[in-house]
Design a protein around this ligand. Structure first.
Ligand code: NDP
Length: 243
């Protein structure tokens, strides 16, 4: 269904991004995979190549705008264009405002928000008619909660940026999709700096029949494989037993 398409997935070294990259390849797209951990990207590239699609490994720190620009131009040069950009890279460094390390706030803003904004801007000149930007936000982009202020701020920011971008570019045939997952079993919570919050998050995950990365990948592939006149603008996907 995505034959002749080129996709680029950020945060493709694990979790949702890795599964999305593989599922896009299974649908026929050639896929560039970006993140910092190159070895993990190589593993994902092997899985992409096993589907018969072409893979490109682009080691990138999305918090560095020059690296983001290079990621886009390398993808376009090596794979011959860009049809689907999946801005998925993200970190969730949960802390209360009182205890927060402002460096963690900075990291989340630079990765979760500025990374999305810079990649979208750099990709835009290359997105052909029907080109598509998929931004992975979160339930935390719609509902704020205690100990999530910094993460909430970045994901609410992604939602606002995506809607404004949609209004600017929809008449040019550029499509946008905002994906808002609930709890997904990935490495995301392992990086929570506050031990108590990390343990609480792990307990919540154990009490639930949480989503798997493949579940969100399927939503992204669904949006990306619609006919050009169909723009699936928003997908909120929770585990059935998540409040
Ligand atoms: P993972 O931790 O498995 O994946 C996060 C990805 O982001 C990794 O590939 C990581 O790669 C990459 N990343 C982190 N920092 C950077 C950076 N500076 N530059 C480039 N890549 C970076 O977690 P998920 O798969 O869960 O997360 C994917 C997205 O889904 C995130 O945006 C997250 O906020 C969102 N999400 C996740 C939910 C969940 O419950 N898991 C719920 C809602 C949203 P590397 O370390 O190699 O750079």
């Amino acid at each position: 269904m995505l034959d002749d398409n080129v996709a680029l997935v950020t945060g493709a070294s694990s979790g949702i991004g890795a599964e999305t990259a593989v599922q896009l390849a299974e649908e026929g797209a050639d896929v560039a995979v970006a993140a910092r951990r190159e070895e993990r990207l190589e593993d994902v590239a092997s899985r992409i190549e096993a589907t018969g699609s072409e893979a490109l490994v682009v080691p990138t720190d999305v918090s560095e705008s020059e690296e983001v620009e290079a990621m886009i131009s390398e993808t376009v040069e090596e794979l011959g264009g860009l049809d689907v950009l999946v801005n998925n890279a993200g970190v969730m460094l949960l802390e209360s405002v009182a205890d927060a390390d402002p460096e963690n706030w900075r990291t989340m803003v630079e990765v979760n928000l500025l990374g999305v904004m810079n990649a979208t801007k750099a990709a835009l000149p290359h997105l052909r008619d029907g080109g598509h930007v998929v931004n992975v936000s979160s339930v935390a982009g719609r509902v704020a909660g205690a100990t999530s202020s910094g993460y909430n701020a970045t994901k609410f920011g992604v939602n606002a940026f995506t809607e404004a971008f949609r209004q600017e570019e929809t008449e040019n045939g550029v499509r946008t999709t905002l994906v808002e997952p609930g709890f997904v079993a990935t490495e995301l919570a392992e990086h929570i700096p506050d031990e108590e919050i990390r343990e609480r998050s792990e307990q919540m995950t154990e009490q639930m029949d949480v989503l798997q990365p493949e579940d969100i990948a399927r939503s992204i592939v669904f949006a990306a494989s619609q006919p050009e006149h169909v723009s699936v603008n928003e997908l909120l996907v929770r585990p059935t037993d998540q409040q």
